[in-house]
Write a protein that binds this ligand. Structure first.
Ligand code: CAA
Length: 257
């Protein structure tokens, strides 16, 4: 059994979380849940960290929630513990999160990837919501986030049949932001995260919040939210710096934390 269920490191200004239960294809048990959210929150509280990357290994990003941990639970245990609700601590992270996804991303693995802000994957990545084969339905957001990502027809196909979708199909469907060779997935995710890390931290947070608002509200309310957030950014030194750098044909040095 892996001693550490996740591995973390900081590369420049990017916090990396690597799921590390290879013997169980990174099945998401409570230990992984707790350590992932604690690591993400710790990275966020460090003002020098600008973005996160979450990844697994070549064979599996994560093959789902840990079936063996759940199998014998009763309805009342699941309900009273509000099983899976702790993952909202991960989706509450305000820094951008890039998912670098190889191998199986099934059930909770697909759902965890979709909790990230964008997904980088390879042609051999296998996304799926196979819970139907276990006599349950997705419980970490699959029915909602997959439907928003790929539309009703394909989400129904995935959730009702449990079939897997490879990286190319996932990219065509809009689930994957960038499809790259399998062995370039992690490096590409790091490049994306490093690019984000070169921007202004509060502006990046505002941008994430604005895009996320599109999923939560009407167009009129969303446009108002965006415009007000845009106005508020004029309180930042980074806005002055960014616009001055453009006018003076130099590279902006963002400082606000
Ligand atoms: N939970 C617990 N253990 C898991 C697991 C999971 N989700 N997925 C894989 N494992 C374990 C296997 O039991 C096996 O352990 P042992 O060696 O102790 O037997 C080990 O990981 C390797 O797995 P396989 O031998 O099955 O590997 P494979 O290459 O033959 O098959 C696979 C790979 C097709 C992904 C297969 O492991 C599989 O179907 N896994 C389950 C996928 C699944 O149903 N996911 C949904 C889980 S429920 C969920 O996620 C609910 C939710 O909405 C959050």
């Amino acid at each position: 059994m892996s001693e550490h269920v996740i591995l973390t490191e900081i590369v420049d200004r990017v916090g990396v979380i690597r799921l590390n239960r290879p013997e169980a294809l990174n099945a998401l048990n409570l230990a992984i849940l707790n350590t992932v959210v604690e690591a993400a929150e710790a990275f966020q509280s460090d003002p020098n960290i600008m973005a996160l990357v979450i990844t697994g290994n070549d064979k599996a990003f994560a093959a789902g929630a840990d079936i063996k941990e759940m199998a014998d639970k009763s309805y009342i245990e699941m309900h009273q513990s509000d099983w899976f609700s702790q993952w909202t601590r991960f989706t509450d992270i305000r820094l951008p999160i890039v998912a670098a996804v190889n191998g199986f991303a099934l059930g909770g693995g697909c759902e965890l990837a979709m909790m990230a802000d964008l997904i980088i994957a390879g042609p051999n990545t296998k996304f799926g919501q196979p819970e139907i084969n276990l006599g349950v339905i997705p419980g970490m957001g699959g029915s909602q986030r997959l439907t928003r990502a790929v539309g009703k027809s394909k989400a129904m196909d995935m959730v009702l049949t449990g079939r897997m979708m490879d990286g190319e199909e996932a990219e065509r469907a809009g689930l994957v932001a960038r499809l790259v060779e399998d062995d370039k997935v992690f490096d590409t995710a790091m490049e994306v995260a490093q690019t984000i890390a070169s921007k202004s931290r509060p502006v990046v947070m505002a941008a994430k919040e604005a895009v996320d608002t599109a999923f939560e509200t009407s167009l009129t309310q969303g446009l108002l939210f965006e415009r007000r957030a845009f106005h508020a950014l004029f309180a930042l030194e980074d806005q002055k710096e960014g616009m001055d750098a453009f006018s003076n044909k130099r590279r902006a040095q963002f400082q606000d934390r």
